[in-house]
Design a binder for this molecule. Structure first.
Ligand SMILES: NC(=O)C1=CN([C@@H]2O[C@H](COP(=O)(O)OP(=O)(O)OC[C@H]3O[C@@H](n4cnc5c(N)ncnc54)[C@H](O)[C@@H]3O)[C@@H](O)[C@H]2O)C=CC1
Ligand SMILES: CC(=O)CC(=O)O
Length: 264
């Protein structure tokens, strides 16, 4: 795919063995980018994902299993990407977890894990990717925040704090790189039906005695006026736009794709 727009670029997407990260990795591969996958999962299933990306889009694809809560493993992943491809051009900070509980009952270890995975990991990948991007004066950093980087919801203290934090990190990265060819933006999705959200659907179904379908409808319509989930494919298309030349002056944005959630 010699003339694909992102041919010759390397994209590292954290947490890309599932959900939104996988959708974004697929969209970037479709545009010709070589891919570094990261995330947990069954080794054979991850090999199948890699093979499908290579077969479908004619790109190279490797996987690194770094745990995003561990700075030394993050450094090893960045070194691995540099060794495999010589650089990282596109960095998508996507890995994330959720835990819901009121502040007074929120387990301290869950707070620490959410801040480490959903926020601090993006600082570590960014500080290690920037010198590689600066060497080429080209780069795209996309932080997957959330509507919860813009507004709060009950029982999500750590998640909302981390997502507001990553929106702040996005702005500072964009400003520090403002005179370069490196942009940094955040994407703020509303509800997307992934394993992270299915857990919340299951909890709602159990709590309120609802079917899976009714619990999904309830969850979405409570916050998201469109009444429909956002999809990983739609988010992939937005990431592709942010990687394009047309988006070079989009800097430090927190771009919502949320079915109207934050318009209210
Ligand atoms: N699903 C949704 O409605 C929304 C999700 N988001 C954000 O999108 C991102 C992806 O979430 P989903 O695709 O929904 O979840 P998911 O559960 O489908 O995927 C999470 C990915 O992160 C990986 N991961 C988890 N812990 C990790 C760790 N310690 N180290 C490395 N990888 C790790 C998993 O292996 C998986 O690949 C998260 O940052 C989440 O906060 C934002 C807005 C809405
Ligand atoms: C909308 C999201 O980011 C997902 C969540 O709050 O669990």
């Amino acid at each position: 795919m010699q003339n694909a727009p992102l041919h010759g670029k390397t994209a590292l997407v954290t947490g890309s063995t599932s959900g939104i990260g996988l959708g974004i990795a697929q969209a970037l591969a479709q545009q010709g980018a070589d891919i570094v996958l990261n995330g947990f999962g069954d080794a054979n299933e991850i090999k199948t994902l890699q093979a499908a990306l290579m077969r479908n889009y004619g790109v190279k694809c490797v996987h690194h299993p770094a745990d995003m809560s561990k700075p030394t493993e993050i450094a090893a992943m960045m070194a691995f990407a540099a060794e495999q491809f010589g650089k990282v051009d596109i960095l998508v900070n996507n890995a994330g977890i959720q835990h819901t509980e009121t502040i007074e009952d929120f387990p301290v270890e869950k707070w620490d894990a959410i801040i480490a995975i959903n926020l601090s990991s993006a600082f570590h990948t960014t500080r290690l990717a920037l010198p590689m991007m600066q060497a080429k004066n080209w780069g795209r950093i996309i932080n997957i925040a959330s509507v919860h980087g813009l507004v709060g919801s009950v029982q999500k203290s750590a998640y909302v704090a981390a997502k507001h934090g990553i929106v702040g990190l996005t702005k500072v990265t964009a400003l520090e790189m403002a005179h370069t060819g490196i942009t940094c933006n955040a994407i703020c999705p509303g509800w997307v039906l992934t394993p992270l959200v299915q857990k919340q659907v299951d909890a709602r179904a159990a709590r309120e005695g609802l079917s899976d379908e009714a619990a999904k409808k309830d969850l979405v319509s409570e916050k998201q006026p469109s009444g429909e989930f956002v999809t990983p494919q739609q988010l992939g298309a937005l990431a592709v736009f942010l990687c394009s030349d047309a988006a070079v002056q989009v800097r430090g944005a927190a771009w919502n794709m949320d079915g109207g959630w934050t318009a209210q």
